[in-house]
Write a protein that binds this ligand. Structure first.
Ligand code: UDP
Length: 336
């Protein structure tokens, strides 16, 4: 898709962590990008986006309000739907509203894309796998017999995925992405994400707070590898055969305590690494990951010729370098 520039692309949530990189990637390829963002979760100002002059139009409204006002998506070539509440800590304040927010917004995008006959990229989440330990696109999804915001979030995302898939016969061309532990510059610690939290704790000389045993494993994906999947590998053929794509980097596996040690070493920080109780910090609604291993199986994305390239070392370095010279735009409201 990198040669087919000059399109008009709408990125919802385009000032969020993932959306901002997606917007820049399309704009740098010669596309015209309309960023729609209500600034609820924005991590960058519109004028800070690294894009050729005049290539980005910013609309500071909710997706719903903008789509109602706009009426039709005629003139657009694609929608990349990134707008969503995000982060295990920051979703807690929206308990009971997460499900409808995800479903209602995605529903509007779907209907508008069908009417305009344009494809849609739907950003879902690896959260839909919950604690099932089955991280394959064609594996069963198990729902635990209790409720908390994390489960509401996952079920909202799973419903949105189903809506995309089931709308194929109504003419929707779509692709759904389940990102796994995306990290990189601009990601806010406000969401509770571990990489920006540890990096900023280390740079500020505060203790690095390891939850649970610290032996739980995660595999971190660079946001730029994720963008490349969207910009270079989702062509028309992929949209006509709607699928779910795990997008993650299984090579960047690490235990969380080891990640804290690596970040401390790389920053040269004097910070202590401590064990912390996540529910004492974020409240009883926060769900701890325990020793669950979240390592993606990426066969669908690989079948399109995509492979992640940014190593864990590079990813840590980029995040450190960013937070040495930038403030975390949402960090002042973070608990850690
Ligand atoms: N984590 C941690 N300290 C923190 C934040 C997170 O030890 O301050 C752990 C968390 O328990 C989880 C891992 O780091 O095991 C990744 O957390 P994150 O929220 O970034 O991603 P997710 O749990 O959604 O995979």
């Amino acid at each position: 898709m990198s040669d087919s520039t000059g399109r008009r692309i709408m990125v919802t949530g385009g000032l969020g962590f993932v959306g901002s990189f997606i917007s820049e990637a399309f704009a740098q390829r010669g596309d015209q990008v309309t960023v729609v963002d209500s600034c609820v979760s924005s991590v960058v100002e519109a004028e800070e986006l690294k894009a050729p002059s005049g290539s980005v139009e910013f609309v500071g409204e909710s997706v719903e309000d903008y789509l109602v006002k706009l009426g039709s998506l005629d003139g657009f070539d694609m929608v990349v739907h990134c707008a969503s509440y995000v982060g295990p800590a920051s979703i807690l304040q929206y308990a009971g509203q997460l499900g409808p927010a995800i479903v209602n917004t995605t529903s509007m995008v779907i209907e508008k894309c069908i009417l305009a006959d344009i494809p849609m990229v739907n950003f879902s989440s690896a959260e839909i796998y919950g604690k099932s330990g089955l991280l394959q696109e064609d594996g069963d999804i198990r729902v635990p017999p209790y409720f908390n915001p994390r489960i509401e979030y996952a079920l909202g995302k799973l419903t949105a995925e189903s809506m995309c898939m089931n709308s194929k016969d109504r003419g929707l061309r779509s692709a759904t992405i389940r990102p796994f532990n995306v990290a990189g510059p601009r990601q806010s610690r406000f969401g509770g994400f571990v990489m920006p939290t540890f990096v900023q704790q280390a740079l500020e000389g505060r203790p690095l707070t390891v939850f649970a045993s610290g032996l739980q494993k995660r595999a971190f994906l660079s946001v730029t590898d994720l963008c490349r999947f969207v910009t270079d590998h989702l062509d028309d053929a992929a949209f006509r055969n709607p699928k779910v794509y795990n997008v993650g980097n299984p090579h960047n596996e690490t235990e969380i305590y080891a990640l804290a040690e690596r970040i401390k070493e790389k920053t040269g920080s004097e910070s202590d690494i401590i064990y912390a109780d996540s529910t004492a910090i974020y409240g009883p609604q926060y769900e701890e990951a325990e020793s669950f291993e979240k390592l993606p199986e990426i066969k669908n994305a690989a079948s399109l010729g995509w492979a992640p390239t940014v190593t864990l070392e590079e990813l840590i370095d980029e995040t450190i370098s960013y937070y040495r010279s930038h403030a975390d735009m949402r960090g002042m409201n973070a608990r850690l």
